[in-house]
Design a binder for this molecule. Structure first.
Ligand code: NAD
Ligand code: G3P
Length: 371
């Protein structure tokens, strides 16, 4: 990866653009912007692409961010750093960058990648902070793969126990960079994100890291159901154990290269715990169960998250499609049941009952045939 040489500067410097400006995207920009000011190998300025919208007072979100240095809608009250420049023009935002950070809700990435084909630097490196996947005819497609394939770039991932609002106020947390191949590139990403309150380590298992971040959102929905039904801590711990078992089982069935040790990194068990305790997926699923499944997730998301997006419900659907296609539904009763509850085919109480698809593998047990 060659740094960008602007105006014959010596030595040339790396230039970072963040594609996305939601809750986590804004915190990522704060972390990165604090480092580009400190590290001489990076340009100070960090561009952040904003999906433009009009605020209630009539001002554009981009203008408000550049005027106040805060993302007044998705991360109010937090200064991003004076070197963050919001840009609503996607092509312009990425044009000069050779380090691209993707952090949008996963459902928008296919469209964003299509718009970026042929528009990025040929020597660009990418990293995805996005927890989710696409399902194609051929099977599941991780978001980092989508980015790599569509844009022809190497793409690492960064996942972890990272509730954005906590990191925004500089409470300590950890994260995992997943990479394949060249460790130097992973180290560059670690350098770009690490701060005294954000400890990042690298792990040579891009699929394992990304699947942990993706699948934990389905378990978070299950944990929210348990909370909404007031079932207590033991039940929630059981859901987390079974969920972790299914996360590991499915990850290793999809990619035999996935390492056991990845599940003990921040991206694995730590993210599962934080998300089942404090995440948005958990919170909306709790409300869903409290309402007996009578209010849709779309309604609850719009009311409770004010523009922020849930990933768990659509991921449950995507996982279900993969399981169905592969003939694995019975092996994954938790994942299967979450989707059936989300779609109203089963009541929220089914989360701790035997799934109709899993007569041989009740929620308390599960298959012994996972790798
Ligand atoms: N928020 C967190 O605590 C957190 C932590 C770790 C990882 N993540 C992951 O990061 C990713 C992004 O999450 P986030 O919290 O930054 O986003 P968010 O949930 O705040 O989503 C809102 C963002 O989506 C954008 N958006 C809405 N419609 C759009 C469209 N049609 N096209 C493109 N963008 C559109 C909005 O402009 C806004 O920037 C997700 O995969 C999430 O799972 C989030
Ligand atoms: O708020 P959630 O449920 O989207 O989870 C946020 C992060 O993924 C936690 O690491």
């Amino acid at each position: 990866m060659a740094p960008v040489n602007n105006n014959d500067e010596h030595p040339p410097k790396f230039k970072v653009t963040i594609v996305g400006s939601g809750n986590w995207g804004s915190v990522a920009s704060k972390l990165i912007a604090s480092n580009t000011l400190k590290l001489s190998s990076f340009h100070d300025e960090v561009k952040m692409w904003v999906f433009e919208e009009m605020l209630p007072g009539g001002e554009k979100l981009t203008d408000a961010i550049n005027r106040t240095n805060e993302n007044v809608k998705y991360l109010p009250g937090i200064k991003l750093g004076h070197n963050v420049v919001a840009d609503p023009d996607l092509e312009n935002a990425v044009r000069d960058a050779n380090m691209l950070v993707f952090v949008t809700p996963h459902q928008f990435m296919e469209g964003i990648c299509k718009r970026l084909v042929g528009k990025i630097r040929s020597d660009a490196q990418a990293i995805s902070l996005i927890k989710g996947m696409e399902v194609k005819k051929e099977g599941p497609c991780m978001i980092s793969t989508l980015i790599s394939q569509q844009l022809g770039v190497n793409c690492c991932v960064l996942m972890g126990a990272n509730i954005a609002n906590e990191i925004a106020v500089e409470k300590f947390s950890e994260a995992t960079v997943g990479y394949r191949g060249n460790r130097d590139i992973a180290e560059k990403w670690v350098q770009l994100f690490s701060t005294p309150y954000f400890a990042v380590s690298a792990c040579q298992d891009v699929e394992g890291v990304e699947l942990c971040g993706t699948l934990k959102n389905v378990v978070a929905i299950a944990a929210g159901f348990v909370d909404g039904l007031d079932m207590g801590n033991n039940t929630k711990a059981a859901i987390m154990r079974i969920g972790l078992r299914e996360m590991k089982g499915l990850s290793k069935l999809l990619f035999s290269s996935v390492k056991d040790s990845t599940f003990f990194e921040s991206c694995g068990v730590a993210d599962l715990i934080t998300t089942c305790l404090g995440g948005r997926n958990r919170r909306c699923a709790e409300a869903f169960a409290k309402n007996g499944g009578k209010r849709s997730f779309d309604d609850l998301e719009a009311e409770m998250l004010q523009g922020q997006k849930l990933q768990g419900v659509s991921t449950a659907k995507e996982v279900y499609e993969v399981l169905k296609h592969k003939g694995w539904l019975e092996m994954f009763p938790l994942f299967t049941t979450v989707h059936e509850i989300c779609t109203g085919r089963l009541p929220p109480t089914a989360i701790v009952e035997y799934s109709e698809h899993a007569p041989k593998y009740p929620m308390t047990g599960g298959p012994t045939s996972f790798p």
